[in-house]
Every structure is written in structure tokens, then in C-alpha cells.
Design a protein around this ligand. Sequence first.
Ligand code: COA
Length: 153
Amino acid sequence: MSPVIDGPLAGQSSVCISILRLLPEWFGIEAAILNYEREIDHLPTFLARLDGQVFGFLSLKQHFPASAEIYVMGVRPEAHRRGFGRALVTATEAHARGLGIEYMQVKTLAPSCPDDGYIRTRTFYEAMGFRPLEEFKQIWDENNPCLILVKRL
Ligand SMILES: CC(C)(COP(=O)(O)OP(=O)(O)OC[C@H]1O[C@@H](n2cnc3c(N)ncnc32)[C@H](O)[C@@H]1OP(=O)(O)O)[C@@H](O)C(=O)NCCC(=O)NCCS
């Protein structure tokens, strides 16, 4: 069965944070989770549901008229690789195109920091058509090098 995507919605931080807390391998820094909690409520957010249950979410941040960012997304761990992430990205991109957005970016942990979970994350984004642009050690910190990936919509 295909997921149903709802959105964009505001005020979704509580359901989204409950999913992030199931993903400590990716979201293990409490201060970062609290920051997401504050931000997500104000960001357009898409929810992926199956039989009424929320399995995943994606929050979008628009920086300029023609560019936006997949600010944060997550899928419940037992539901990985079942198409929720793809459905969320596809719906978000369709919405973004409708707003005239031409470029999408996403930030994730760079390959110079070995981490099995983030290898899978980068594989997912590349499968969605994103391409690595540049790695920065200044955006987060030296121990968490940030990779920016981009996609032309
Ligand atoms: C990354 C994430 C959002 C992807 O969502 P998902 O629902 O698991 O991904 P999908 O099932 O839609 O995968 C779509 C495609 O991505 C690729 N892909 C996804 N996971 C993969 C994996 N573990 N290994 C190889 N390819 C993978 C495949 O090409 C897949 O298509 P296919 O299954 O038809 O081959 C999800 O796994 C997740 O929540 N991960 C932890 C949190 C995270 O990384 N968030 C992003 C932080 S920057």
C-alpha cells in the first residue's frame, strides 16, 4: 500500500520529534533535537501516513524565492526502505516547483566522518537525485563535517 502524504502543515513539531527520538543513531544530540522542536512548528511540514499512522515527516525551509532546503526528515526505523522517504521527497518537490523553487539543498553528515547510518542517508539522497556539492567543517563543527547536496528541480 502506498503512503498518503499530508501537507504542507504547520505546528507539527510534536509528532516529528517523537519520530526523531526513535532515531538516536542519527539524532542523538539533545540540543539539536530541541532546536528542531522549535523550528519545525514554524516550517511547512509533510507527513507520510499509512492506515492513519504517521510513519515519516519532512520539513521544508525556503531560503530565497528560487531555493529551498530539506531541513529535516525522518522515517520510523521499522519502516525504513518501504518508500516513505521517496514519497515525502516527491510530494515536497512537487509543492516546491509550484512555488517557483528551482533548487533544493540538503545538509547531512559528510563521508569524511565514517558512520554506517549516514552512508545509508547519503545513498537515499543520491537515489532521490541529489548530488554532493561541498563539504564544510564550519557549519556544524570539526567532528561533524557537513555535506551539502543539491538538486535542480
Ligand atoms: C533517510 C530516510 C529518510 C529514507 O527514507 P526511507 O523511507 O527509508 O527511504 P525509501 O524506502 O523511500 O528509499 C528510496 C530509495 O533510496 C535508496 N535507499 C534508501 N535506503 C537505502 C539503504 N539503506 N541502502 C541503499 N539504498 C537505500 C534506494 O534507492 C531506495 O529505493 P528502492 O528501495 O526502491 O531501492 C530514512 O531511512 C531515515 O529516516 N533515516 C534516518 C534519519 C535520516 O537519515 N534522516 C535524514 C537526516 S539528514
